[in-house]
Structures are given as C-alpha cells and as structure tokens.
Design a protein around this ligand. Structure first.
Ligand code: ATP
Ligand code: MG
Length: 233
C-alpha cells in the first residue's frame, strides 16, 4: 500500500533520514520504533509532505506522492495524527471534529461522526466539553478521531501512547487494533517498544536516521543486542 524507497530527508540543510526503505502492507499494523531524535517523526512528515525529501520516493498504491501538499495527501486517503499540537484546546470536542471535517458535505460529516462516535463512545459523551479539559487518554482518542473523520485508508500515528498511564496505553492500542479490523492500515511510530510490538505485524527499528532492523516483532525480541543498544531494554 505504501512503499518508501531509498528515502533521504530532513529540513533544509539538516539531514535526518538516510536511505530509508519501508513497506506497509494493506490491512496490517507496521510499527517504527527507535530512540529520541531517531527521525521517526521526520519519516511520517516525509510521507505527509511536511519535510524536505532529497532522494527517494514515496509510493501510495503505486503513485508517487513525493512533492504533494498535505491536503492533497489527505484527499488520497492518508490520515496523520501528529505527535504534538494535534487538537484545538479552546474548542469543544464536537467543534474539533467539525473543523477537522470541514471539507466534507453535511451528509458525509454526519455519517463520519456517527462512525467515529461508534468507535469512541466516550467522545459522544464529551462532545460539548472543551478539549483542553480532557484527560491525556481522551485527548489522544480525540486526536485519532480528528484524522478518522476524513475516512483514511492509511493512518500515520506518531507516539499516541507516550506519557499515558499503562492502562490507557493498553486502551489506545486496543483501539488501534480495532481500526485495523475495520480495514484501516496503520503505520505506528512509538518510542516505547513493548506494547507496540505486541500489536504490530511488522516492525522497523530506526536509529540515527537509518533502519537498523526490519522484520517480525518476535524476531526483533530475539535481538537482545539491538534492544539494549538502541532501546535500553
Ligand atoms: N523542523 C525541524 N527543523 C530542523 N530540524 C528538525 C526539525 N524537526 C526535527 N528536527 C531534527 O531532526 C532530528 C530527528 O527528529 P525527529 O523529531 O524526527 O525524531 P523522533 O525520532 O521523532 O524523536 P522523538 O522520539 O523525540 O519524537 C532531530 O535531530 C531533530 O532535532
Ligand atoms: Mg517524534
């Protein structure tokens, strides 16, 4: 579904990613894990048209999306849940969703919000709450919902579990698994590996802007050398 080939990318003169290759297969969860500053966010930014690509290609269903603008990439069916600033704190939950879905027709928006509320019933209850007053876990759910309202086929998730209590980490990742069951393909970036490895079908280890490992989660768990060197496990 998504094929990143020989990608070198960064921001202006700051080179962050070097010859990165990633394949995301339809209807699977692909995890990219790695330490702080590894380039995980930059990888998602590159796919979504938010970083500078120096070399390589990003194919989505075989079409090169390198050079497209974020809104064009959204309309092709890629959703992005950024690591930070992913909700509007001053607006209510419903207003956040309305804004995220502002390009949809009224009918389409009603359809989408029904499905989003079905997935996150809690958000329906919280519809009139100011987003800034939500708990950490509720905010992550809302951030995911804002991407889902546009009905993506592929969802890019940047550290949606960071700083959450273990019980909330579990809940959020259960939702991610449910999204996969509903036909949304997932590219999940996580710093803390364990939980992500439990739900992923394939994992890439990114460190210093390079892919150090690609394979099945259980194969990575056997690589104690890589785990201790790059993840401190
Ligand atoms: N907008 C930017 N302009 C210049 N350099 C940046 C920018 N964003 C990130 N960088 C640099 O790129 C490198 C990789 O950052 P990136 O945010 O991709 O890492 P990360 O793996 O997502 O880290 P974390 O786990 O802390 O989120 C870092 O050295 C960072 O300082
Ligand atoms: Mg990051």
């Amino acid at each position: 579904m998504l094929k990143v080939s020989n990608l070198s990318a960064g921001y202006g003169k700051i080179k962050v990613l070097f010859d990165v290759n990633i394949d995301v297969v339809k209807d699977t969860i692909t995890a990219v894990i790695g330490p702080n500053g590894a380039g995980k966010t930059t990888l998602l930014n590159s796919i979504y048209g938010l970083a500078d690509i120096y070399e390589g290609s990003v194919l989505f269903y075989g079409r090169n999306i390198r050079g497209l603008k974020p809104h064009e990439i959204t309309s092709l069916g890629i959703g992005y849940v950024p690591q930070t600033d992913n909700i509007f704190s001053g607006l209510t939950v419903y207003e956040n969703l309305r804004l995220a879905g502002s390009t949809l027709t009224k009918e389409r928006f009603s359809e989408r919000i029904r499905e989003v509320y079905e997935l996150f019933p809690k958000l329906r209850e919280l519809a009139n709450r100011r987003a800034g007053t939500l708990s950490g876990g509720e905010r992550r759910m809302l951030a995911i919902a804002l991407a889902l309202i546009k009905d993506p086929k592929l969802l890019l998730l940047d550290e949606v579990t960071t700083d959450l209590a273990p019980i909330m980490v579990k809940k959020v990742l259960e939702k991610v698994t449910e999204l996969k069951k509903r036909g949304i393909t997932i590219l999940l970036v996580e710093q803390y590996a364990h939980r992500a490895l439990e739900i992923a079908d394939k994992v890439y280890l990114l460190a210093s802007g390079e892919i150090k490992f690609a394979g099945e989660p259980r194969q990575l768990l056997e690589r104690k050398d890589l785990l201790s060197l790059y993840l401190g496990i």
